[in-house]
Design a protein around this ligand. Structure first.
Ligand code: ADP
Ligand code: MG
Length: 378
């Protein structure tokens, strides 16, 4: 066990890292953030900030020398950096698990090999793969870059073969996955924590609504039949066990024809798990600290129905949003990430509404969305 007072290392300093850092410092740990952004949201709460590239040898050396353990908050943390650190200090999750989750081709191959349910897909490495891909995947489809996509970026709708040829060419032939565009009944996700000894704590299933590929609202618990929720949690558990995963893992799933299909996984806390901060006995970020330090897992039980609303940069269009309107609701918990520039589509913060019932939480969430000028997609 790594006792409080020790220093923890964090690769990546965005909002997920900020919330990890708050949890770690609350438990009495010091945190050193490695992030090239001088205005890193996590660095504001950290005890140290190495303001360099993720692969900078001096920074990696400093993390290895001073940190009892290192974790990451984004899946594009270079797997080589994690591997290099792992030789000298504890790294959780492992570089090998991150390498699978950060590459859609490896991720899809892993899910298939594990016999987990996924929608129709095909790998595209070159134009020579077009015929086989179009035979395996019905159009319209979605082309996704294997690497570096997030919040719907690195994705394009493919209605015709010509679309596929043009888009793959525009993306300069980077490796891609072609996926059938499914008729989604719902989207759900499961966040869990798994320890080095294989102990697992699973949070309740969350239901997610996306707008333009970006998470808009999370409803927890998800409004799905209990049997489906049990299956979703079992699927996420299978993924974590098969990866020998140590840390916090999120698994996104689609409900299609009443059945679950795995979409993707994230080797870190997840936007759809933010509700756990205010609505569960232990948050996903505290679990990340606990697993990293070998502390006992916290209780993931949910104590309030929750609706989480993401706050994107769009609502800063007419200046600072009306926070008073949000804070007047007794069940509303406002979280702002301290980002200096509000760009459209940029995640600036979130509000979690906690109430006795989902109906009440929804009612308040919809009211405060209107007050903030968020246009209703739901
Ligand atoms: P990321 O979250 O990394 O941007 P995702 O693959 O999760 O990428 O895609 C973002 C969103 O786009 C999904 O949450 C879903 O709403 C939609 N989407 C992705 N793949 C499909 C698909 N095969 N069929 C229908 N909708 C999809
Ligand atoms: Mg996703």
């Amino acid at each position: 066990m790594i006792a409080p007072g020790a220093t923890l290392g964090l690769l990546g300093g965005g909002q997920l890292g900020r919330m990890f850092t708050v949890a770690a410092r609350t438990l009495g740990y010091r945190v050193t953030v490695l992030d090239p952004d001088p205005l890193s949201p996590a660095a504001e709460f950290a005890t140290g900030h190495l303001n360099t590239a993720y692969t900078h040898p001096g920074s990696l050396d400093e993390l290895a020398r001073t940190c009892a353990a290192v974790t990451t908050e984004f899946e594009n943390a270079p797997a080589e950096a994690l591997e290099a650190l792992a030789v000298r200090t504890a790294v959780r999750p492992s570089g090998s698990a991150v390498a699978i989750a950060q590459d859609r081709l490896r991720e899809k191959g892993f899910l298939r090999d594990q016999g987990l349910p996924v929608g129709p897909w095909a790998a595209i490495h070159s134009a020579a793969d077009f015929d086989a891909a179009l035979a395996a995947v019905k159009l319209p489809a979605i082309l996704k870059t294997a690497r570096f996509g997030y919040d719907g970026k690195g994705q394009a709708t493919i209605a015709t073969r010509a679309d596929l040829e043009r888009t793959f060419g525009e993306w300069r032939g980077v490796p891609c996955v072609l996926e059938e565009r499914l008729a989604l009944e719902r989207e759900v996700s499961v966040v869990l924590a798994r320890t080095a000894t294989g102990e697992i704590a699973v949070f309740p299933v969350a239901e997610n609504q996306h707008t333009h590929g970006i998470l808009d609202i999370t409803i927890a618990p998800a409004r799905i039949p209990e049997a489906l929720a049990v299956e979703a949690r079992a699927i996420a558990t299978r993924v974590a066990n098969a990866l020998g995963y140590v840390g916090v893992l999120a698994v996104e799933m689609f409900v299609v024809g009443g059945r679950l299909l795995v979409n993707e996984m994230a080797p870190r806390p997840h936007n759809s798990g933010h509700y756990t901060i205010d609505a569960c006995r232990t948050s996903q970020f505290e679990q990340q600290v606990r697993v990293l330090c070998g502390l006992p897992l916290g209780d993931p039980t949910q104590h309030s129905a929750a609706v989480m609303v993401n706050l994107l940069g769009d609502i800063w269009g007419h200046g600072e949003p009306n926070w008073e309107a949000v804070l007047r609701h007794p069940g509303a918990h406002l979280h702002l990430y301290g980002k200096h520039e509000a760009r459209p589509g940029r995640k600036m913060g979130h509000v979690t509404v906690c109430e006795a019932t989902l109906e009440q939480a929804f009612h308040v969430a919809l009211a405060l969305r209107r007050e903030l000028g968020i246009t209703d997609a739901a």
